[in-house]
Design a protein around this ligand. Sequence first.
Ligand code: F0G
Length: 461
Amino acid sequence: MKFQTAEPFRIKMVEKVRRTTKEERLKYLKEAQYNAFRLKAEDVYIDCLTDSGTSAMSNEQWSALMLGDESYAGCKSFYKFEASVKDILGLPYVQPTHQGRAADFIMAQIYAKKGKYAIGNMHFDTFRGNAEMLGALAVDYVIEKGANANNEYHPFKGNIDLAKMQRLIEEKGKENISVVIVTITCNNNGGQPVSMENIREVSKLAKKYNIPMVLDSARLAENAYFIQQREEGYRNKSIKEITREMFSYCETATMSSKKDGLVNIGGFLATRNKEVFEIANQLAIVHEGFITYGGMAGRDMEALAVGLQEVCEEDYLAYRINQVNYLGNKLKEFGIPIIEPTGGHGVYVDGRRFFPNIPQHEFPSQRLVVALYEEAGVRAVELGACAFGSKDPITREPIWPELETMRIAISRRVYTNSHMDVIANALGYIYQNRNNYKGLKLIYEGNITSLRHFTAGFALL
Ligand code: F0G
């Protein structure tokens, strides 16, 4: 008899969370100008704004912290961290950074070039921002089925469209493509995985034209788990065998350790190219810290060395992916439209189909974020008209994105399925009353459109 499995851990320490009244929440929302980023975390009951830096550490990670060696050069903790990264990625050179975007910065300095294209499945904001500041052209070539929130099934909606990539190379000339970056899993469209076949084929195509390939690998273990579960030929491979194969196809990898590192801070850049490593070292010295700490405390490198090993455990990954899927299924029972199949680190609700009566310029997904906090004290994040909207550089006319979603990001090892039930029931209630909601008006956005969601202000219509 096969019993249902539960969390593969016991809860040893707890953090109290505060419940608030609807009246209080309405006041906080008004003060925050209806922007969830501007709410205080202590006023949030279940925080699903991000899965980044929010993981619960294990007892083994907490013990590892005490072994931290806080020296500057040749720090003992660095070597443990480096060995753990090499074990999982198989790349020989590792430069720590204080978090993922610092690795993105270094990577962009090396690989993004003024007036040249950086092809990606969907570039994460921090690489895009860095690339654009350098005058590079960051383009998203995710496959058609991954580019929208309708429910056509595909097991790897994070894949790059190879034909599109080939076409751009032929049209613009290989000398005008400076890099191809595959984000695993693809954060912007649902934490959707990229298949090994796609990683391999992208790498082959890139090699043919001498274009370097980079993996943006914040959620590397979740991607490996999907490959193991969904891709022909990988069922009997271990997670580490899969991660090593994934990274065997790239020249360089960047990592935000705040996700699949199971720690609260940290990042790194790893590469097989010695010259790239040497430039990364110099950039790190100027911006991050010496080669053997890169802005991280020894204790944080210790916890990360352990976290990277724990994240590859199959019991953990099965629990992790099942929890996200559990929430997705609950939402579907209420008829709520989500991106399917659910991905690795959260459930993405389709704002367009949820609120068909709220047009995109009135921010339907942001309205949903506001409603969810108002009803249940749950904080999610908009990935739609506000976060992904842009403006025509000449006319300044708004350009609305294809994807219009609310992401419910699930922190690792933090919440139980009872919390998932609270989220689902609240959204079910809102969905039943969806015709009573009106949209929002953007009243403040700052100068840089691509960063406006962090500080934007809204008013209720
Ligand atoms: N790459 C990806 C794919 C990410 O999702 C993130 C962060 C980064 C790079 C940057 O890493 O935060 O350590 O500097 N994503 C977070 C999120 C913020 O909520 O999705 P960082």
